[in-house]
Design a protein around this ligand. Structure first.
Ligand code: SF4
Length: 364
């Protein structure tokens, strides 16, 4: 892989991307239009992983803006998973009875070109909830004793300082009915140097169990430094799970997906979700079809152990929540073999990991 001119600081301007060889000079005008609408940030760690000579580099596709982001596709929506309809107070999304999203920070270490909250973390937006809105959000959680789990998301909660994160964790854990605090973050891969001893200490809190969900989409993101940052979190007694987005050109083949899931498990991170791409504005070029996603999940089942299997899920547009959309393996036998087997209608048809069909009897 050829690497040129790795930057010392996060790249935020199209001209900087061009100067470092990550985009063509002829694209400057288009990229400036994109950057005026959707935030751009490529950390030195992510920039160092990009091969600028590869037009299809899977890291570049995730972070380097493209002119395709000037074109919105059918069905795309500024609020693709319907957060707004379930937001009783600013910063809170209460879609499922026992848990809320708490979106208290609106900045990220990197900005993903497929981001489902790209309108929220974009240029000109507030960087965090105001103190008044924060207090109202905490009050809301306090008043709803059915809330068992608070999910800090964003933006990226690990962009807070350790001091502020300690305060936030303590405020939430002080609410007796909240037993779990989950943080969704890309920081351990995008900027592992932020995962300091102080940051890890801030994640631990009396009164609630902390879980961390790491967002990564390609095995190359799990660098030595990223794995060390995650090991520091896990060694502190905090379990980690993964979430990834199925992305065209990044991880939409069985080998890439297998390598990613193996990298998570080698890092002691349990694969949790593989999201089908949301209908975020101007992201059609990065999405695949649901059928292709199901095909990949079948392939993954044949290549790696159960511990490496994520749930393939789709957030239903309109705020109707997440549903598993992976392939089915079980169907009633009578739908395909009635008449050919004497009692086939009493059996199930089940596919094995090689795609072979077997019959299984129902409970008498
Ligand atoms: S880290 Fe998450 S919230 Fe931030 S840009 Fe990427 S997908 Fe969006």
């Amino acid at each position: 892989m050829s690497k040129i001119n790795t930057p010392a600081a996060t790249l935020r301007e199209p001209a900087e991307l061009i100067a470092h060889g990550f985009a063509s000079a002829t694209a400057l005008s288009d990229l400036e239009h994109v950057a005026a609408r959707y935030a751009v940030a490529v950390t030195p760690q992510m920039a160092a992983l990009i091969d600028p000579t590869d037009a299809e580099d899977p890291i570049a596709l995730q972070f380097i803006p493209s002119a395709e982001e000037l074109v919105s596709g059918p069905g795309e929506n500024a609020d693709p998973i319907g957060d707004h309809a379930y937001s009783p107070v600013s910063g809170i999304v209460h879609r499922y009875p026992d848990r809320v999203l708490f979106k208290l920070v609106h900045v990220c270490a990197v900005y993903c070109r497929f981001c489902f909250r790209r309108e929220m973390v974009g240029p000109g937006k507030a960087t965090a909830l105001s103190q008044d809105a924060y207090d109202k959000a905490i009050d809301y959680i306090r008043e709803h004793s059915e809330i068992w789990e608070v999910i800090l998301t964003g933006g990226d909660p690990l962009m807070l300082s350790p001091r502020r994160l300690t305060e936030v964790m303590a405020d939430i854990a002080a609410l007796d009915h909240v037993r779990i605090i989950r943080l969704h973050t890309r920081v351990p891969v995008a900027d592992p140097s932020r995962v300091t001893r102080e940051m890890i200490a801030a994640l631990k809190v009396e009164g609630a169990a902390t879980w961390v969900a790491l967002h990564a989409n390609h095995a190359r993101e799990l660098t030595h430094k990223a794995r060390a940052a995650c090991a520091g979190i896990i060694d502190a007694g905090i379990p980690m799970v993964s979430q990834s987005v199925l992305l065209r050109g990044v991880n939409d083949n069985a080998a890439a997906l297998e390598a990613l899931m193996r990298a998570f498990v080698e890092s002691r991170i349990k694969p949790y979700y593989l999201h089908h791409g949301d209908l975020a504005p101007a992201t059609a070029h990065l999405r695949t079809t649901l059928e292709h996603g199901q095909h990949l999940m079948r392939a993954l089942r044949g290549r790696v152990s159960g511990i490496c299997q994520p749930d393939y899920v789709l957030d239903i547009p309109g705020g109707h929540g997440k549903s598993p959309v992976g392939p089915g393996y079980l169907s009633p036998a009578d739908s395909f073999s009635r008449g050919r087997e004497p009692d086939a209608e009493k059996r199930y048809r089940i596919l094995d990991y090689c795609g072979e069909v077997h019959l299984y009897p129902p409970k008498p």
